[in-house]
Design a protein around this ligand. Sequence first.
Ligand code: ADP
Ligand code: MG
Length: 408
Amino acid sequence: MTTTPGSPVFTLLPAWSAHEGAERVRTLFEATFGAPATGVWSAPGRVNLIGEHTDYNGGLCLPIALEHRCYAALSPRTDTLVRLVSAQGDGEVWEIDLADVSPGAVTGWGAYVAGVAWALREAGHDVTGFEGAVDSCVPFGAGLSSSASLEAAFAIAIDDIAGLGLGADDAGRSTLVAACVRAENEIAGAATGGMDQAASLRARDGYALALDCLDGSVHHEPFDPAGYELLVIDTRAPHELNDGQYASRRATCDAAAEVLGVATLREWLDAGTDLETSLAAALGRLVDDTTRRRVRHVLTEIDRTRAAFAAMQAGDWGTFGLLMDASHASLRDDYEVTVRELDLAVEAARTAGAIGARMTGGGFGGSAIALVPAGTSAAVATAVVGAFVAAGLREPAFLTSRAAGPAA
Ligand code: ADP
Ligand code: MG
């Protein structure tokens, strides 16, 4: 808790040091399984600066890895049993035999972990069972990718233990990303794109990850917004990607691409000479009003992400902030994935001096980000809390982070 004199108290969620995270998870492992773990690995949550709901459309996004990480302690077994415990769980050991893992057959949080081992085995890698303990300072279900950080922590751990060597370079890490995506889509049953896993496994300390989801290529751009800092607002509004809304947005985009005769909406955008031409041509061929708005979001968002990347390279944070605002408006009005709490967080942050603010992640609850003048995060957070209290909403929590490093 941090107090600003004369202002309401707000909750700041700190990132653990690597030492603290490792100690916590080693202790949990030993208390649960009765022997020390072979090792500890960790992977970050992420915030996406801009480029939302573009990943599964072959588009562009621009996440950074957070200092907040999921820690995993692990020891291999000689059989194919996976036994897991989480400090964020119910205290019970979650157990499955890898031979029993298949799409639709696994329930519970362990699906994210067993799914990674399953996907690596499906890809032909020699992966045994293991005991694993988890403890995380990535807030759970807050749109900051606790799920991908969980998958990535185990992906890098399994990679190390099994001696696969995939974590050694970016190409290998892309293979781990693919395994994590399969785990989340097919075993955990969440139809997310690939941004979260790529951010957690492929980001670079101090850099934003410019990810092209059409071919998986990345560019690392220094993220050091001179004169500004990033404030993350966890609205604590209920967030549940598995409830079908996310999958329904994705299905609408897939159907639109099919009508347009392209594999992804990104390809439709790039086939035109510019955004206006591509957009007008798409809207001319799509009749359903909802589909037209969804497509307008995707095409304009990919275009905004390009512009934001250029602004980042130029150090033009004023322009970057305006693009964040426009992204939020598009997600609110055209894509309809915001909720009252996200809209209020963005509006209150802007009123309190943010030069740009937007929801981040899949939406339907979760978190917002605000680019605020350096040194004003506490004042902006206080103003946001005030707005939530006045609206009768549960108080949000806050995080700050620099662009941190990947799973290791
Ligand atoms: P987000 O990724 O935005 O945090 P998701 O709904 O995608 O939200 O993922 C949250 C789910 O991931 C949880 O419901 C749980 O199943 C799993 N999860 C994430 N972190 C942990 C953890 N530390 N321990 C156990 N399960 C976790
Ligand atoms: Mg997630």
